[in-house]
Design a protein around this ligand. Structure first.
Ligand SMILES: O=C(O)[C@H]1O[C@H](OP(=O)(O)OP(=O)(O)OC[C@H]2O[C@@H](n3ccc(=O)[nH]c3=O)[C@H](O)[C@@H]2O)[C@H](O)[C@@H](O)[C@@H]1O
Length: 331
């Protein structure tokens, strides 16, 4: 760890909301490693202190347990606003809170940006395209979203937050960046996250059949978290407001993903079929030409490599969990 006197007093102060979460904590690692002063605010609803544990005593790091739905005053230079549950299971468990987190949380961060002059990056989502009628999805597509369904709290919450971002930009000249993030996976997803990559890996490690919803022909394009973090930083440091798609454009059916996981974790498991959730998008693939053109970003880690890294993480957690359970039984 750096000594106090070695710390640059003029190091840029970066706020990361949701910084104890899956994507947030990887972003925090990268910012800390590049010498920034980092403040994390997180209500620890889906974030975990263990994700930022290694930084807790670092002199350039501060953690504030706080919910973005409440206003906050801080002096910062840049804000990455990531706070919001992102897995359908979590965001649907308290849908009213999800909408409030997106809309009111973003309004609070915009007020903070307006007062401090900080640049604000908002993590929007491919879900703003809904169940898309355009393929692949370009930023100019307005989307096909059910406004009153069970996914709407997330989709419409994020769409309204985007609206607020652009209205504060036009009305108050707030310096904004908007990223539309497509399905991202990697280490530090929670065991009970409920999204497909972590579900399949955990099921396969546990010797259980993989739960394919519907017929498994629906598609997604999976981006490894390190690639996404590079994209977020490039967007923040670049010159365009966005919205900009950030995702891996290689598309897979859910059945192809299941087969890949089965091949990698040879545990003699099959697939079983479950009901498809309401409004589940049938296909999704980002057009990333804008990110390529504007800040020369494209993902580098293919799914097969990213899966290996993610499996390694979950296998370690699985082993230590089993060890703990067997020690408990012995007592
Ligand atoms: O990353 C995105 O762009 C967005 O997509 C996710 O939603 P979704 O694509 O439905 O993510 P998953 O829950 O991982 O599901 C992906 C596909 O796998 C299927 N699935 C999921 C879980 C499972 O056990 N089995 C299964 O077949 C789902 O039905 C869906 O078709 C979440 O809504 C957001 O986190 C995020 O903003």
């Amino acid at each position: 760890m750096e000594k106090y006197e070695e710390i640059e007093q003029d190091s840029e102060v970066v706020l990361v909301t949701g910084g104890a979460g899956f994507v947030g904590s990887h972003l925090v690692d990268r910012l800390m490693e590049s010498g920034k002063t980092v403040i994390v605010i997180d209500n620890l609803y889906t974030g975990r202190k263990r994700n930022i544990f290694k930084w807790l005593n670092h002199p350039r790091f501060e953690f504030i347990r706080h919910d973005v739905v409440e206003p906050i005053k801080l002096q910062v230079d840049k804000i990455y606003h990531l706070a919001c549950p992102a897995s359908p299971v979590h965001y649907q468990s308290d849908p009213i809170k999800t909408t409030m987190t997106s809309v009111w949380g973003t309004r609070n961060m915009l007020e903070l940006a307006k007062e401090t002059g900080a640049r604000l990056l908002f993590s929007s989502t491919s879900e703003v395209y809904g169940d898309p009628h355009v393929h692949p999805q370009t930023e100019s597509y307005w989307g096909h979203v059910n406004p009153i369904g069970i996914r709407s709290c997330y989709d419409e919450g994020k769409r309204c937050a985007e609206t607020l971002m652009f209205d504060y930009h036009r009305t108050h000249n707030v310096d904004i960046r908007v990223a539309r993030i497509f399905n991202t996976y990697g280490p530090r997803m929670m065991e009970n996250d409920g999204r497909v990559v972590s579900n399949f890996i955990i099921q396969a490690l546990d010797g259980k059949d993989l739960t394919v919803y519907g017929d498994g022909k629906q598609t997604r394009s999976f981006c490894y978290v390190d690639d996404l973090v590079s994209g977020l930083i490039a967007l923040m440091e670049g010159n365009i407001t966005g919205p900009v798609n950030l995702g891996n454009p290689t598309e897979f059916t859910i059945m192809e993903l299941a087969n890949l996981v089965k091949e990698k974790i040879k545990n003699n498991v099959n697939v079983c079929y479950e009901k498809i959730p309401q409004d589940d998008p049938k296909q999704r693939k980002p057009d990333i030409s804008l990110a390529k053109k504007e800040f020369n970003w494209e993902p580098k880690i293919p799914l097969t490599k990213g899966l290996d890294l993610t499996i390694e993480y979950f296998a370690k957690r699985y082993e230590s969990q089993k060890k703990k359970e067997s020690e408990k039984e012995k007592k």
